[in-house]
Design a binder for this molecule. Sequence first.
Ligand SMILES: Nc1ncnc2c1ncn2[C@@H]1O[C@H](COP(=O)(O)OP(=O)(O)OP(=O)(O)O)[C@@H](O)[C@H]1O
Length: 499
Amino acid sequence: MSDSPSAMPLIRLDGISKSFGPVKANQDIHLDIHAGRVLALLGENGAGKSTLMNMLSGRFRPDSGQIIIDGVPHDFASSKDAIDAGIGMVYQHFMLVNTMTVAENVLLGQEGSYFVKPSEMERKVSELAERFNLPINPAARIEDLSMGERQRVEILKLLMRDSRVLIFDEPTAVLTPTETPQLFDAMREMTRQGKAVVFISHKMDEIMDIADDVAILRRGQIVESMPKSSIKSKQELASHMVGREVILEIEKAPAPKGETVLEIQHLSGDGMEDLNLTLVRGEIVAIVGVAGNGQNELVAAVTGQEEPRHGSVQLLGQKWRDFYSGRHWKNTLSYIPEDRLGCATCPELDLVDNVLLTTRKGFAPGFFLNKKRAEGVTTSIIRRFHVQPPLPEIRARQLSGGNLQKLVLGREFFRQPKIIVAEQPSQGLDVSATEEVWHRLLNARRKSGVLLVTGDLNEAFQLADRVAVMFRGKFMDVFDVNDTEKIEKIGLLMAGVTE
Ligand SMILES: Nc1ncnc2c1ncn2[C@@H]1O[C@H](COP(=O)(O)OP(=O)(O)OP(=O)(O)O)[C@@H](O)[C@H]1O
């Protein structure tokens, strides 16, 4: 791949601006996207990456500025207009019909596809999949596919519509460690065949691996854009993004071990098999593994969503039922779910009401709710956890992913938990927010035991004292994070291999 793109960009964003009320999400953006290249778009949470790509893919209309394709200005009224102009976006939440086959999904809505025989549809999809290194069984039903395979179907939908620009919004968040390089191979194939790829990611190593060009957004503005070859290391890339030196590793001060806070014995059923684990105050135990190997079921049992069928879960010395029939809002268990907008918060409520979701009892000692105090506490959470924009009256859906996570952490730490269950706590977070969340969890372990469920091995190694590898509902092994021999074998353990 040459370092200098061709003179004429496929897409030129010319002076694009977009505000949401007082928030200037994009300000006078000038950016070129070239055929045959991968452009990585990076920036801290809330910098305006999704807003910009939502305009390019026709979801939002710019307040001002132009989208120019092959030298011709375009005005998109909908995603369909953008797709017709050759621009498609692969979202994090897939839009597929689960009961239909891969081929039916790929061809859904395509002109004339209604009359095509299933075998013909499958042949067409197979050919396309092969051409772009996207292996898939076209006759399989979506509901039987892994997240990585579903993503391939989304990509094939766009390729079937002859998209020339494919935008990926944090695509690797749903992928296993082996699926990520496969996606990158497919992206390289797309650029080799003359398409442009826009890649939004918070992961510096991925950007160093796949990007040809890099554009950095900060507070709604493009602050730098350059060929990736001019950047020497991921540290340098992160520093460009944040505008200061960034250390991608954190200091882990030892914390004294205390009493047992969680005791899991012979937990089985719901896809779990004889799980045994003890968690004490002062430690972080990371549950690692490929998603879908029983982690969700384990979290559901520990956080009170599903009563254990066989075996026992004891929390703070109490039986599961006694613990969960208690009425205490404070000094108990805090859950930081993976699904921030669906499970941790209510998108349409303001930030004060979102803080109240799990803390209401703390503000209503008698009959009445002390809303003034709740507003004060929300303001202080926003300040201490650097939530941007710092406005308690806005709705949760108006916060970017990282800022929403900071609000959830602030709310949950306000409850002074003795057990913390944190699920993928830094997923989708930029390097600064990740650093902050990691520090908060490390500090929290002085007063609590933390069960960290993560698909990110780096996160597990940075934070955990012990690591439990989960595969098909079992713990393959539980070991100290300093046990280098075991750490070396972690990839095998995650795949269920013990020898
Ligand atoms: N629909 C909306 N209504 C109101 N404000 C919004 C909306 N969408 C985004 N914003 C605001 O615009 C700003 C830019 O958000 P955007 O989601 O584009 O950032 P981002 O760089 O994609 O962040 P992240 O990395 O966290 O996904 C943020 O301050 C956000 O709160």
